[in-house]
Design a protein around this ligand. Structure first.
Ligand code: NAP
Ligand code: HSE
Length: 436
């Protein structure tokens, strides 16, 4: 409960984000007191392995592997829960709320899957959940959509919401490094989830987009309603060809109102090289959000990493300590739309596309693919195939890049299913929309 006394907090999870929280509590204690009027005291820590060596000084703070030490401590008012995944996070947060604790979390996987249930419980019990760090790391986008922009009807969100995949795409192009090498570096820097598959297959960005969409438009969107593709099959060649054509490849998360329906997708996308999203590099994120009154707003900065994420967590602590967080959390229910907004069927999404095929370098292959596209009413705007090293060698493979005119996701899927059956096809097929 906010007030004027000391604020006793507990920390569950002391990895990348948790260690950053400890650092800020220890190095900025005067500033925190000045900003809240209270002493912020880190009373307990819970981790999986209390014996593990940490790169922060935890002396004087009891460290346990048992969350009951926190649940049972009547002096602890708010718990920073920075453990990834659903289990035991879901049970932990439930028990903490039931024990009368408020919770600050950075766990978007948990909020996407069980946010409604946990928020419902918290509202019923008069408790507060804060989650600024769950979307876009250090960027204060939750604060923006739940407070500063609430006088607007949001009409579009276009964002880069996963730091790991943005780091991978930027580094591959800038340093000509392989996907695998850059992913290892992203993990070493603390950007990636414990299971990095969630970062590169678009799941993490889709979970964040779903949370943001729910807050911005007041309507829930399940993951399977989102057109979702990852970056895991993108090769340096795709990035280089896109660059030659004047684009950068970005894992773009979009939700946009169009004729009363919500278009929503997370896909690697060709973005014109001079657009702000294309210029967002490394682990940075960007959220461009358009409101009917405010117009287009852009928020950008570090979307992952220890201190930016800890900054967002500690902003929640300050809001909690001053009493602002409880007011914002109570008002979240009023952000719900009275009627849910219909979703645009995935098949009807209409864009231009970049297609890349690896094919046997022999006669009629290009004609077969062009024929399938044509039969699906997909018009080709350009074709590119570089000569292989040995032009007389017909046993090799060729890389074929096709740019299409505007068409629909449905037509593309139908053509792709037919192309997938061609005997001449080798390796992965790449399909990326173009954000003109
Ligand atoms: P992390 O480095 O893997 O740290 C996880 C921490 O949780 C570790 O301290 C681990 O203990 C502890 N833990 C794991 N299972 C536990 C259990 N059963 N009981 C108690 N403690 C347990 O993860 P992270 O990168 O800090 O991420 C934490 C959360 O923040 C995740 O939800 C993530 O999605 C989110 N997030 C991360 C970032 C980022 O840039 N890293 C940004 C935004 C949001 P041990 O240390 O003993 O193993
Ligand atoms: N793994 C996440 C990312 C952390 O790379 O964006 C921030 O949520």
């Amino acid at each position: 409960m906010p007030g004027n006394s000391d604020l006793n907090i507990a920390l569950v999870g002391c990895g990348t984000v948790g260690s950053g929280v400890v650092r800020i509590v220890q190095t900025s204690s005067d500033l925190l007191t000045q900003r809240t009027g209270r002493s912020i005291r880190l009373r307990r820590i819970v981790v999986r392995d209390p014996a593990k060596k940490r790169d922060v000084d935890l002396s004087g703070i009891p460290v346990s592997d048992d969350i009951q030490t926190v649940i049972a401590d009547p002096d602890i008012q708010v718990v920073i829960h920075v453990v990834g995944g659903i289990n035991p996070a879901r049970a932990d947060v439930t028990s903490l709320l039931e024990a009368g604790k408020d919770v600050i979390t950075a766990n978007k996987a948990l909020l996407y899957a069980h946010g409604a249930e946990l928020f419902g419980l918290a509202h019923k019990l008069g408790r507060t959940i804060c989650f600024e760090a769950a979307v876009a790391g250090g960027i204060p986008i939750i604060s923006a959509v739940t407070t500063a922009l609430t006088a607007n009807r949001i009409v579009s969100i276009e964002a880069i919401l996963n730091g790991t995949s943005n780091f991978i795409l930027s580094r591959m192009l800038d340093r000509r490094q392989t996907y695998e090498d850059v992913l290892t570096e992203a993990q070493a820097r603390g950007y990636a989830e414990a299971d990095p598959a969630m970062d590169v297959d678009g799941t993490d960005a889709a979970q964040k987009l779903s949370i943001l969409t729910q807050l911005a438009y007041g309507t829930a969107v399940p993951l399977d309603a989102i057109v979702r593709q990852g970056i895991q099959h993108i090769e340096l060649l795709d990035l280089l060809v896109a660059a030659e054509l004047g684009y950068r490849v970005k894992l773009l998360a979009t939700s946009r109102l169009s004729k009363g329906r919500l278009e929503i997708a997370v896909q690697p996308t060709l973005v014109k090289a001079d657009r702000p999203a294309a210029l967002t590099n490394g682990a940075d994120n960007i959220v461009s959000i358009e409101g009917d009154a405010v117009g287009l707003m852009r928020f950008s900065g570090a979307g992952a990493g220890q201190m930016p994420t800890a900054s967002a967590v500690m902003a929640d602590v300050i809001d909690y300590a001053t009493g602002r967080a409880a007011i914002t959390f109570q008002s979240l229910q009023r952000l719900q739309s009275r009627e849910s907004i219909p979703l645009q069927p995935q098949e009807e999404l209409s864009r231009r596309y970049y297609l890349r095929f690896t094919v046997a370098d022999r006669p009629h292959v290009l004609a077969d693919i062009a024929d399938i596209l044509g039969r699906n009413e997909i018009s080709i705007s350009s074709v590119r195939q570089d000569e292989t090293a040995d032009v007389d060698d017909l046993s090799g493979v060729a890389r074929l890049v096709i740019m299409t005119h505007r068409t629909t996701e449905g037509r593309l899927r139908s053509a792709d299913a037919a192309i997938a059956k061609l005997q001449s096809l080798r390796g992965n097929r790449i399909r990326m929309p173009i954000a003109d």
